[in-house]
Design a protein around this ligand. Sequence first.
Ligand SMILES: Cc1cc2nc3c(=O)[nH]c(=O)nc-3n(C[C@H](O)[C@H](O)[C@H](O)COP(=O)(O)O)c2cc1C
Length: 166
Amino acid sequence: MPPQPRSCLLMSGGRLREPIRFLVFSASLRRDSLNTKLADLAATAVEANGGDVTVARMRDFDCPSYDLDVQNEEGFPPGAEEFRRQLEACHGFVVASPEYNASMPGALKNAIDWASRFQPQPFNERHGLMMSASPSMSGRQPRTVGAAGAVRAPRGHPEPALDRVE
Ligand SMILES: Cc1cc2nc3c(=O)[nH]c(=O)nc-3n(C[C@H](O)[C@H](O)[C@H](O)COP(=O)(O)O)c2cc1C
């Protein structure tokens, strides 16, 4: 079920507006993931600032490796359908992703590849924030987040951000 908007926010000048809806998820599958903690912090910050949040987990979007033959013969896997549904229900999305070998984890890239094949593209016109938590010094470099190009390609609007967790 799509997230239900909370009551309207009162803006300056007395205008009312619907809260902005965010999809927030961690791209780590690990139980004690730093990035899941970072995603939870981001969700708390969005809510504290009047946004509506749907927290998802990477497993919700799990897909077999992208294969055009599978797409043509069997259609989209449930994980890709769920990713599209969640993207379409939000105004913007926040991803906290580990950096694996100077890029994003394969599971995230694969989910983006599948979701980018839907028409209309679910990333269209949605703003995204990509964050990365890493215990390593090199994690400070904007590399995972450079992989935000994978979201930019299907016409999303990613804003890179880095956050180092000691
Ligand atoms: C396959 C693999 C590749 C990694 N590559 C990098 C890397 O390129 N840069 C980095 O800062 N950390 C790298 N790490 C360390 C991860 O940043 C660290 O394990 C982090 O805690 C993973 O995120 P998580 O805690 O959310 O699961 C790598 C870890 C793994 C398992």
